[in-house]
Design a protein around this ligand. Structure first.
Ligand code: NAD
Length: 430
């Protein structure tokens, strides 16, 4: 079909082959962008055109988000400044406040996180399932050897393929063997490492078992890589008995109701994902793993637990699989991720996961405390008021003024912000 120049369409073949500048020009024409918008598209910040072009396909620009720092964190006796990249107001403040509350009684205690990932190999069309199972068990050493040949550096550093697990699943296409390959990925997130190993061992396994192998891919349900962290939150700093009673009720609500548990866990992930984003980690992998783990028992459950100690303080615990890396992916290629890791000052992927678990727990207590006392909107909307002021069309120099007024008047709405803005502008012009 002939497409007229400038006629809107999304069928642009070879777009990815164009230099960045030409991609931007073509998009500007297609989407009818004005000069200001084109300038914005061309603002790459700390990236050079070559750098930004390396990350993904069809790059046309760079998208910025704010990076804040979570303060007051002490995990296993060590202090951390936690970089957080997130667009949602009050997340950083809530985490910092709750870290301060936990700090009074020793901060967060976290267990070592075993950096073991699982790769899945799907064996189908097997004649004799029991025989195949037996052959996999008796040739385990050879399979692990082939896997380990793929990553000599990882081996040299002390990591590598460790073990196998044979699972049999019933599917609508018959029985399948799902072979799990357990790999110590050390300081990497590990998806590429284990995918490479799974692909490498598959031809041998196919022959060995007389099977047809389809998928060879990491599982994001990283059950071997659990982060477990605990903290005691001081009763008085939290707001007293009544607030703790509210938090415990909120927790029981989440235990009994998946609708609530989903939002409960979303709050936890506010922190974990913000840290993941800052350090160049795979946020989707972490989200998928956490939510799958929450439903592993058959019903979707909260990832945290709460109780009260003998002094009436709140004891919180979190257990969540966390596949964080400080090596590989973009962790060392993205300049801000590199900087974030320097600020955080962690020496291993395990240490990063431990801090992330502490952050998730703090975030959760922050949200529950707000919900159980003044309600989430007070703090949230006060911060959100700046966004509302901007949405109402306030120029940068008037945002603070409009935001302050709509908070004072307890009308944090765009229509009211527009009214306030109009009044301010009018009074200035007088
Ligand atoms: P990677 O392949 O970029 O780097 C890992 C390599 O670094 C290893 O092969 C190892 O040889 C080397 N290395 C050097 N020092 C190391 C150390 N101390 N610890 C560990 N390795 C060390 O990274 P990766 O972590 O295997 O892959 C992560 C990337 O894979 C992420 O960007 C993720 O988005 C992507 N990915 C994810 C999925 C998924 O989650 N389903 C699927 C495919 C790809």
């Amino acid at each position: 079909m002939n497409k007229k120049l400038n006629e809107f369409h999304s069928d642009i073949s070879g777009f990815y082959k164009l230099p960045l500048k030409e991609r931007q020009d073509q998009l500007a024409k297609l989407a009818n962008l004005d000069q200001e918008e084109i300038k914005l598209l061309q603002t790459l910040g700390y990236f050079s055109p070559d750098q930004i072009d390396m990350f993904i396909e069809n790059v046309v620009g760079s998208y910025q988000l704010p990076m804040g720092i979570g303060l007051n964190f002490k995990v296993n006796g060590k202090d951390y400044i936690i970089p957080m990249v997130i667009e949602e107001p009050s997340v950083v403040a809530a985490a910092s406040n709750m870290a301060k509350v936990a700090r009074k009684l020793g901060g967060f205690q976290s267990e070592e996180v075993n950096p073991v990932m699982i790769s899945q190999i799907q064996l189908t069309h097997i004649q004799d399932i029991d025989l195949a199972k037996e052959k996999l068990a008796s040739n385990k050493t050879k399979i692990l050897e082939i896997a380990n040949e793929q990553d000599p550096l990882l081996n040299k550093l002390g990591g590598g393929a460790l073990d196998l697990e044979v699972r049999i699943i019933e599917t609508r296409k018959g029985k399948m063997i799902i072979l799990h390959l357990f790999v110590n990925v050390l300081d990497a997130m590990g998806a590429n490492i284990v995918n490479t190993m799974a692909e490498a061992v598959s031809p041998y396994i196919e022959k060995l078992c007389g099977a047809k192998i389809y998928l060879r891919i990491v599982s994001n349900l990283a059950t071997q890589r659990l982060a477990k962290c605990k903290a005691v939150f001081d009763k008085d700093l939290l707001g007293g008995e009544e607030v703790i009673e509210g938090i415990l009720n909120a927790y029981e609500f989440a235990v009994a109701d998946p609708f609530r548990a989903t939002t409960h866990n979303k709050g936890i992930m506010n922190g974990i994902v913000a840290l993941a984003q800052a350090t160049g980690n795979d946020t989707r992998a972490l989200e998928a793993g956490a939510h799958a783990y929450a439903s592993l028992g058959g019903t979707y459950k909260p990832l945290t637990k709460f109780e009260v100690d003998s002094e009436g303080n709140l004891v919180g615990e979190i257990e969540v699989p966390l596949a964080f890396g400080i090596f590989g992916g973009i962790t060392k290629n993205h300049p801000m991720a590199r900087l974030a890791l320097k600020i955080l000052n962690v020496q291993s992927a395990s240490e990063l996961s431990q801090v992330a678990a502490a952050l998730g727990l703090a975030q959760n207590v922050g949200a529950l405390r707000a919900l159980a006392s003044e309600g989430i909107q007070k703090g949230h909307m006060a911060l959100h008021s700046r966004n509302i002021a901007k949405l109402a069309g306030a120029p940068d120099e008037l945002i603070e003024k409009v935001a302050k007024k709509i908070v004072e008047d307890k009308k944090i709405r765009v229509d009211y912000a527009k009214e306030v803005l109009k009044e301010i502008v009018k009074s200035k012009n007088l």
